[in-house]
Design a protein around this ligand. Structure first.
Ligand code: SF4
Length: 234
């Protein structure tokens, strides 16, 4: 337990920014995460100001036509399916939940286009609830660290929920996505990893390449761009 907490504290110092889709209200967080499925966060954040302008509330989104929604999100992948899901989600929220984004896992996953991962992000970011959203980054990094040995996302989520104190669930969602995006990539940059001493991975890549400084500068630049986009996206 102390290893888990100390690892998370180190990572929180290295990656202090909120998650890219922590946009403010539950409505904004939910829409952001729904749009970000299999899409780069930067692309989603760029279209957000125009989206909020057109659909500032879930009621406005419910009344919009699918074509109107598509026209605001057609720069990202799977936008037709995402537009359909957004409209259905908004209608459900208005008719079944009085226009308020629900705050339980059961209710959230009843909405169109909302799976456990999306629901977990909303629960932890919007409602301060216990939840861990296991995406590809969280799955890879926590297996490499040796926290879990899981072959499926479902098993990883169950184990992580048992082992990580609930106070740190939001931190898990924030820092592992960033560690996985910049450092613990497919061929990991262990030489740049702030938790390499805490990591159990047996194929660590500890030799920094000649262009290490450039890589580090690029990570910082990308993170700054993302944070600026996030701040401007609400
Ligand atoms: S030391 Fe390497 S494998 Fe372990 S978490 Fe860091 S980057 Fe990933």
């Amino acid at each position: 337990m102390s290893d888990i907490v100390s690892t998370l504290k180190i990572l929180k110092r290295r990656f202090p920014n909120p998650g890219a889709m922590e946009l403010g209200s539950p409505y904004q967080n939910l829409v952001g995460v729904m749009l970000s499925a299999r899409t780069r966060d930067e692309q989603v954040l760029k279209l957000m100001p125009g989206f909020w302008n057109a659909f500032p509330t879930v009621e406005k989104l419910a009344k919009a036509t699918t074509t109107q929604i598509e026209s605001k999100i057609n720069t990202i992948g799977m936008y037709r399916q995402k537009a359909k899901n957004l409209k259905k989600m908004a209608i459900d929220v208005v008719s079944n939940f009085g226009g308020k984004i629900p705050s339980t896992m059961e209710d959230l996953v009843s909405l169109a286009g909302v799976g456990r991962k999306t629901a977990s992000v909303v629960l932890v970011c919007s409602f301060d609830k216990t939840a861990i959203a296991v995406d590809t980054h969280v799955f890879r990094v926590t297996n490499r660290l040796g926290w879990i040995k899981s072959k499926t996302v479902e098993d990883a989520e169950k184990k992580l929920l048992e082992m990580v104190p609930s106070k740190y669930h939001q931190t898990v969602n924030r820092v592992f996505v960033k560690l996985g995006r910049y450092i613990c990539i497919r061929s990991p940059r262990c030489w740049a990893c702030p938790v390499r001493e805490q990591c159990a991975f047996n194929k660590k890549n500890l030799v920094a390449p000649k262009n290490a400084n450039e890589i580090l500068e690029d990570m910082d630049r990308r993170e700054k761009i993302l944070e600026t986009l996030r701040e401007n996206a609400t």
